[in-house]
Design a protein around this ligand. Structure first.
Ligand SMILES: Nc1ncnc2c1ncn2[C@@H]1O[C@H](COP(=O)(O)OP(=O)(O)OP(=O)(O)O)[C@@H](O)[C@H]1O
Ligand SMILES: [Mg+2]
Length: 317
């Protein structure tokens, strides 16, 4: 029987140093049974380092960590038996077939051959790779390899699946397929822990998330709570063509006092506001003439920008 609000992972002042460099600088969080929990953060924030500590493949250098009420330092094997892990780099065996990858992995959990083969077939069906079972992994697309890594993580019927950037590098269609499968998993009662750079991914998949930056958690809550707490309801994006960056200083006085906050980015200016229509009208009345204007609802990306002054994905295609 699942216990309500059962804590699967508890971190208190968790830290990890590599020599002089402190990659994780004292983070606190609790992951509950049944939820999808996200770590949103830019490159180098410490997401993978945290996932690896939870996955018992890297030891904390400070603070406490409990996974399934156990200590990863001393009870790694019994924790890993209940975890599914999809590492950032798939770590699939390119020389084996799709099917063999799953069966060999099942062996690490002591699953017998016959049961392993049945489970492998069921999981390939789940991630829609059955037609590719006999292919070598190296022949699969990036999206298919990701799905295979997800299938592999489920071989031991884990209580919690950790996915480190499940969709980075995938095309939109491949991403949606992964999201849909993760949603299905959650419906089946599997708890999910994922890291991502993508605010849309976090918004769609996560019940709760933390925003991580330079080894620290700088905000926590549901996507809705984070947006409500840290940014206004709406955003007006103003583009001024190629010359904008140098002209920004000249534009600033014209924008002062419009909206709740102005955020200049390299390619555009964001005006945070609770009423985009009013703000657009106010800008027009002041004679501000952008080459294009876009009004939209605020997103987690805006939360991240407001908190760090930096974009989550610096050069996304
Ligand atoms: N094995 C290691 N040895 C030394 N430094 C490391 C090691 N692993 C990570 N780091 C450093 O720790 C910091 C956090 O890295 P980590 O991989 O956890 O970030 P991340 O949030 O997963 O980033 P990304 O989005 O790029 O995957 C970085 O500065 C990184 O260079
Ligand atoms: Mg990482």
């Amino acid at each position: 029987m699942p216990i309500q609000n059962e804590v699967l992972v508890r971190a208190v002042d968790l830290r990890k140093s590599y020599g002089e460099h402190e990659a994780v600088r004292g983070v606190d969080f609790e992951i509950l049974r049944g939820e999808a929990f996200g770590f949103l953060g830019a490159n180098g924030a410490g997401k993978s380092t945290t996932m690896r500590m939870i996955g018992c493949v890297s030891q904390p250098t400070g603070g406490t960590l409990e996974v399934f009420d156990r200590d990863p330092r001393t009870e790694g094997a019994s924790i890993r038996a209940r975890l599914g892990v999809v590492p950032q780099d798939n770590t699939l065996d390119g020389m084996l077939t799709v099917f063999e990858n799953l069966v060999v992995y099942a062996g690490y959990f002591g699953i017998r051959k016959k049961a392993a083969r049945e489970k492998a077939a069921e999981l390939l069906d789940f991630v829609q790779l059955t037609p590719r079972s006999k292919d070598q992994v190296s022949e699969l697309s990036g999206g298919m390899q990701r799905r295979l890594a997800i299938a592999r993580s489920l071989i031991n019927d884990p209580d919690l699946v950790i996915l480190d950037e499940p969709t980075t590098g995938l095309d939109p269609q491949a991403r949606h397929l992964v999201w849909e499968r993760l949603f299905q998993l959650k419906q089946r009662g599997v708890s999910i822990l994922l890291t991502t750079h993508y605010m849309d991914e976090a918004e769609q998949l996560c019940d709760r998330l933390v925003v991580m930056d330079e080894g620290r958690i700088i905000a926590a809550g549901s996507p809705r709570e984070l947006i409500d707490t840290h940014v206004t309801k709406e955003v007006v994006e103003l583009r001024f063509g190629a010359a904008h960056t140098t002209e920004l200083a000249e534009l600033a006085p014209a924008l002062a006092g419009v909206g709740a906050q102005i955020e200049p980015l390299p390619d555009k200016i964001l005006v945070y506001t609770d009423d985009a229509d009013d703000t657009s009208a106010a800008l027009e009345a002041r004679g501000v003439q952008p080459t294009s204007t876009l009004a939209r609802r605020a997103t987690l990306e805006d939360v991240f920008l407001r908190l760090t002054g930096r974009a989550l994905v610096e050069d996304e295609a």
